[in-house]
Write a protein that binds this ligand. Structure first.
Ligand SMILES: [Zn+2]
Length: 86
């Protein structure tokens, strides 16, 4: 199972912080995505959530999509994925 990069959203994550190689080494990009699991965890509530590991083909407003959103919420994933069906 692979995850897509938090920054560009389409490259496979190959570096820490959920970034792809290109974004991780691009100037300033990794500063936008502080490492997780250290410091205070309070920001996690409203901060960045990891991108879901896979997109959904369920159309917006469909019961299947609602199901997917519930699952993502329970996994603390971002509710939106750049490759979701529209
Ligand atoms: Zn990237």
């Amino acid at each position: 199972m692979w995850k897509s990069c938090r920054h560009c959203g389409h490259a496979v994550v190959s570096r820490p912080r959920g970034l792809c190689w290109t974004c991780y080494y691009a100037p300033g990009v990794k500063d936008l995505y502080p490492p997780q699991g250290q410091g205070n965890g309070v920001k996690d509530i409203t901060g960045h959530r990891p991108m879901p590991p896979w997109p959904t083909e369920a159309l917006p407003g469909s019961p299947a999509k609602v199901e997917v959103l519930c699952q993502r919420a329970s996994q603390r994933w971002n509710l939106w994925h750049p490759k979701d069906a529209r």
